[in-house]
Design a protein around this ligand. Structure first.
Ligand code: NAD
Length: 361
């Protein structure tokens, strides 16, 4: 199969759909990989790395879309790309169709086969192509939180690990899912005291089994949250109710009960946030302060570490890319129930119920 990797043109997107390692694997199976010149630079992969792995470099995005039977990328096609998508072409990427009617209409019109990373779903109902980005964001949350706890950026002036003779900082993690567990692990590794809250006892039992004793689990309810916000330095929001807006576990009035310089990193900002005062920020201007509490609410945290994020993403997408290339989309999706859930739009027809519901089709 001819596989094309265009350069991402969405604002501030430095990830790329395939690493040189992916090119190497696909060429081993006899496939041809075309990559747009400089597509990998933002992630630290250069044209020469791709050439050595067996890719052919093309100058323009139009050439990549024009020649490829399958496009593998990261973000949904932008408006400029709508007309470049070809009939019967497989497009394998994050789409998030329900949030854009224009994109949905354009892909229906293109008669392409749109397979969305975010709806590939395994037997347990987890989303394997979203997990790595939650892992990145969870780990990064502590890195960012530790930075904003410093006094020059209006934090409490607390070193998370403490020092001999001085107690460590205290981190409160809301949600013991992918984000929460990765955050707890990083904070614990720095030596901080960690309290992690969830409403799912299975998750809390798991955390209790695998984490060191300075990671303490408690059931999530308003009483416990009100108690802990007074004594914790850094609060991580990692709560998710599938398909719904995140619940406001921290309300505006609670900010007054926190100590000045407390930092909130609300990772759940992309689902509305679990703090009432959360509003989305960007890497250029990541924080704001309300009632002396520092809020970090960047909606695309993994975008700041594209080298790691690209590798984390392509590690999990590559096996599906290989399957699609080896078998073609019909056989690959017929054989693999997880991949089949990724089918969103096929040759002009929406085949995923939630998208139909979103636009009342
Ligand atoms: N900002 C970013 O860049 C970024 C990146 C990746 C993920 N995210 C977001 O982070 C959020 C968490 O993602 P995840 O992959 O960890 O989800 P997940 O489903 O693995 O975990 C969510 C956890 O929240 C728990 N929960 C639900 N209600 C709760 C409550 N009232 N109190 C405490 N816990 C509660 C659930 O039981 C679950 O364990 C999502 O909104 C996701 O979209 C943001």
């Amino acid at each position: 199969m001819k596989i094309g990797i265009p350069k991402e043109i969405k604002n501030n997107e430095s990830r790329v759909g395939m690493t040189p390692a992916g090119v190497y694997e696909l060429t081993k199976y006899g496939h041809t990989v075309y990559i747009q010149s400089t597509a990998g630079e933002g992630s630290g992969f250069f044209d020469n790395d791709y050439k050595k792995a067996g890719a052919l470099i093309l100058d323009t995005i139009g050439q990549v879309y024009g020649i490829s039977e399958m496009i593998v990328k990261v973000k949904e096609p932008t408006e400029v790309e709508y007309a470049l998508v070809q009939p019967q072409q497989i497009v394998f990427t994050y789409f998030h169709f329900a949030s854009s009617e224009a994109l949905t209409e354009a892909m229906i019109k293109s008669k392409s086969i749109c397979i969305a990373y975010e709806t590939v779903e395994d037997d347990e109902g987890t989303l394997p192509l979203l997990t790595p980005m939650s892992e990145v964001a969870g780990r990064m949350a502590i890195q960012q939180g530790a930075k904003y706890l410093e006094k020059p950026v209006k934090g409490r002036g607390v070193l998370l690990g403490g020092v001999p003779g001085v107690a460590p900082g205290r981190v409160l993690v809301l949600g013991a899912g992918i984000v929460g567990i990765q955050a707890a692990k990083m904070a614990a590794g720095l030596g901080a005291h960690v309290t992690i809250l969830d409403i799912n006892m299975k998750r809390l039992r798991y955390v209790n089994d695998v984490m060191p004793p300075h990671v303490v689990t408690e059931f999530s309810n308003e009483f416990n949250i009100r108690k802990h916000i007074k004594t914790h330095d850094l609060i991580i929001g990692g709560v998710l109710l599938k398909g719904a807006k995140a619940p406001n576990l921290i309300t505006k009035d609670m900010l007054k009960e926190m100590r000045p310089g407390t930092v909130i990193v609300d990772v759940a900002v992309d689902q509305g946030g679990c703090v009432e005062t959360t509003k989305p920020t960007t890497h250029e201007d990541p924080i704001y302060i309300i009632d002396d509490v520092v809020h970090y609410c960047v909606a695309n945290m993994p975008g700041a570490v594209p080298h790691t994020s690209t590798m984390a993403l392509t590690n999990v997408t590559l096996p599906y890319v290989i399957k699609l290339a080896n078998l073609g989309w019909q056989k690959a999706t017929a054989k693999d129930a997880c991949l089949q859930k990724g089918l969103n739009i096929v040759e002009g027809e929406i085949v995923y119920d939630e998208i139909k519901e979103a636009f009342q089709i």
